[in-house]
Design a protein around this ligand. Structure first.
Ligand code: GLP
Length: 260
């Protein structure tokens, strides 16, 4: 796991966008793993800017969302399908049909989860998976206690996550209780995992994820098993890290030819 501590959220977004750009230029038909929540939004903004001003093309890219709420009416503005359409696909030259999100409206959710796994496999797997982290350490919607080898499935949100996400809805009661999420085992198969965390409210989860034990209690800690995981932090999110100076030194000394 490479930990990169940057001055602010903008620098985090630029470095993540650099990783996307390098991948898409080298492999125009890359498969991108797309996160929602507020942390990735500056990355999507930066990619849209590079698309507009530098012609960075996503025409052949395919994208897979990490997760989705169960039971929102189709087209609900807070469904992750809509959010990714609005924040990502709609601002790029990607074919919207090539961005898939788990189907939280399916009558047979387990079958929809199996189909989703199969669709990712059929595309050759995810090249770059963008991730945020919840204040309880979840990635995707894999809440504490998630099997470290889990696959796409239905999960129940913790009250903490429902409270955290209430800001996107009309009130806390509007936040669905159930979700469909790629599993931790699914996420581990992405070739490169890039997790972003910004702001002081993430410091505790970041400390547990990076320096705590590998444990289902902090689902994001599963990235300690990933052979190519980059954790990009701003200063407030990195505030609890015991080895912060070591991570800073390591990144400062990194050879220029070595990307994330
Ligand atoms: C949601 C998403 C996660 C995201 C988390 C953190 O629960 N399912 O993928 O990482 O929120 O969101 P934010 O970046 O807004 O703090």
């Amino acid at each position: 796991m490479e930990v990169v501590i940057l001055p602010d959220a903008h620098a985090v977004a630029v470095l993540a966008a650099d990783a996307f750009e390098a991948l898409v230029r080298a492999k125009p038909a890359a498969v991108l793993g797309l996160a929602t929540g507020s942390s990735p939004l500056p990355v999507y903004e930066e990619l849209a800017r590079r698309h507009r001003s530098q012609g960075l093309s996503f025409a052949r890219v395919r994208g897979f969302g990490l997760d989705e709420y169960v039971g929102l009416v189709p087209g609900h503005p807070q469904s992750y399908a809509q959010v990714l359409q609005h924040e990502f696909a709609g601002r790029l030259d990607i074919d919207p049909a090539n961005v898939r999100v788990p189907d939280g409206t399916a009558a047979d959710l387990p079958a929809a989860c199996r189909d989703y796994e199969e669709a990712i496999r059929a595309c050759g797997g995810v090249d770059l998976q963008l991730l945020g982290v919840g204040t309880d350490g979840h990635i995707g919607f894999n809440e504490p206690g998630s099997s470290l080898l889990s696959r796409t499935r239905v999960k129940t949100l913790t009250e903490q996550t429902r409270r955290d996400n209430a800001r996107f809805f009309d009130g806390p009661d509007e936040v669905p209780r159930h979700v469909v999420t790629q599993g931790l085992g699914t996420i581990l198969e992405a070739r490169h995992a890039v997790l972003l965390a910004t702001g002081a409210r993430k410091a505790e989860a970041v400390k547990a994820l990076v320096e705590g034990p590998l444990a289902a209690f902090c689902p994001g800690s599963v990235l300690q098993l990933h052979p190519h995981a980059s954790v990009l932090l701003d200063e407030p999110a990195a505030a609890g890290l015991a080895l912060a100076d070591y991570y800073r030194q390591t990144y400062a000394d990194k050879p220029a030819w070595q990307r994330l």
